[in-house]
Design a protein around this ligand. Structure first.
Ligand SMILES: [Zn+2]
Ligand SMILES: [Zn+2]
Length: 360
């Protein structure tokens, strides 16, 4: 596993402010735009951003500190991800995008919500989702031109897609190579736009996807599907889809992380003499649980590994069974007499029944 602390050059007990400062400094030094001739700058920068993404989030940091693997789908899980982090630190327009070439607009990210039953969240499910977004134009296959010959070389940049420019940034004036303003960095222009999409290369339409939900997700889990979002302008990269999970309530179980809690109600004599109850399982069916004689109210029994499978790890949580002892409130006369006799022999002094004295 990567040592995120080492990557940011901070100690393991560094406070959030120190982490933020370390990231800001490193990001400034390694940002691809500040190192245009270094092809590895972007990879280094991403590593730093990844370390920051994990260590700046208290929950992810705690998981990381426990030695859990933080998978790709948890990284940059905020909408916008890496771009957002950059904007936060450098302001949206300060950088022209990685590699200095932006071109036609990338497709937008799309958020969709998926409601799951507890069992579906526990064991995973394939769920079809449908949403309206920009999709590639069929007429021109996303090119945006009526015919292939309508795509001509841009004269401003001679098809290079880039021009030299001086830019003011927070790092001072930098001579950088910028995308050509006349062709959006593509090096080509369109003479006659496609009539189907007016040269956009994309249209509004319906997209249907099958989301493979992994076992162990919970409400708030976000899955990222790369390149499944809105089509980009004129074949620019497609946006991502963020699937936000919501798990519906289950009246049998309360979930606490990977553990499930279930309540059973037993009678007084069952608590006194012991009994066996059938505990429902999330995977359907039941498991017999022996309640020993003399079980006190609110005793908790643990059925191992019958909870929720752990997301991206092996094993399952436990099923905790809380025992509720029901005190009867609907005794008939015979039952009451039995209990009062019992109280006499035990030397207990229950209150006398107010109406009962006169009823007999
Ligand atoms: Zn078209
Ligand atoms: Zn150009």
């Amino acid at each position: 596993m990567k040592d995120y602390y080492e990557i940011l050059g901070v100690s393991r007990d560094a406070d959030p402010d120190t982490i933020k400062k370390a990231f800001r400094k490193l990001a400034r030094d390694t940002h691809p735009d500040a190192n245009p001739d270094d092809p590895e700058a972007e990879a280094r920068f991403r590593e730093i951003a990844e370390a920051y993404e994990v260590l700046s989030d208290p929950q992810k940091r705690a998981r990381y500190d426990r030695g859990e693997t933080i998978g790709g789908q948890d990284l940059f899980s905020q909408f916008g991800g890496l771009e957002d982090i950059l904007n936060q630190f450098f302001g949206g327009s300060a950088f022209g995008g990685f590699g200095g070439q932006r071109g036609p607009a990338r497709g937008r990210d799309v958020a969709v919500r998926v409601d799951l039953t507890l069992a579906e969240a526990a064991f995973g499910v394939d769920r079809e989702v449908e949403f309206t977004t920009m999709i590639e134009c069929d007429t021109c296959d996303g090119v945006g031109a009526e015919k292939a010959t309508d795509v001509i070389t841009c004269s401003t940049c001679n098809g290079q897609g880039r021009v030299q420019a001086a830019r003011q940034t927070m790092l001072g004036t930098m001579m950088t190579v910028q995308e050509c303003p006349d062709c959006d960095g593509t090096g080509s222009r369109i003479k006659t736009p496609c009539p189907g999409c007016a040269g956009e290369g994309r249209l509004r339409g319906q997209r249907t996807l099958t989301v493979e939900v992994p076992p162990g997700v919970a409400t708030g889990t976000r899955l990222r599907l790369n390149g499944k979002g809105a089509a980009g302008q004129r074949s620019a990269p497609v946006g991502d889809v963020y699937v936000e999970i919501r798990v519906l309530a289950d009246e049998r179980f309360q979930r606490d992380g990977d553990d499930l809690h279930h309540r059973v109600r037993i009678g007084v004599t069952e608590a006194v003499f012991g009994t066996t109850v059938d505990v429902p399982l999330i995977e359907d069916g039941t498991e017999p649980l022996e309640i020993p004689a003399g079980t006190q109210p609110e005793t908790v029994f643990r059925i191992g590994k019958k909870g929720v499978p752990r997301l991206q790890r092996r094993g399952r949580g436990d099923l905790l069974v809380h025992v509720e002892v029901v005190i009867p409130t609907d005794l008939d006369d015979d039952q009451e007499q039995l209990l009062r006799d019992y109280a006499d022999r035990r030397g207990e002094k229950p209150a006398e029944k107010k109406k009962g004295l006169f009823r007999r």
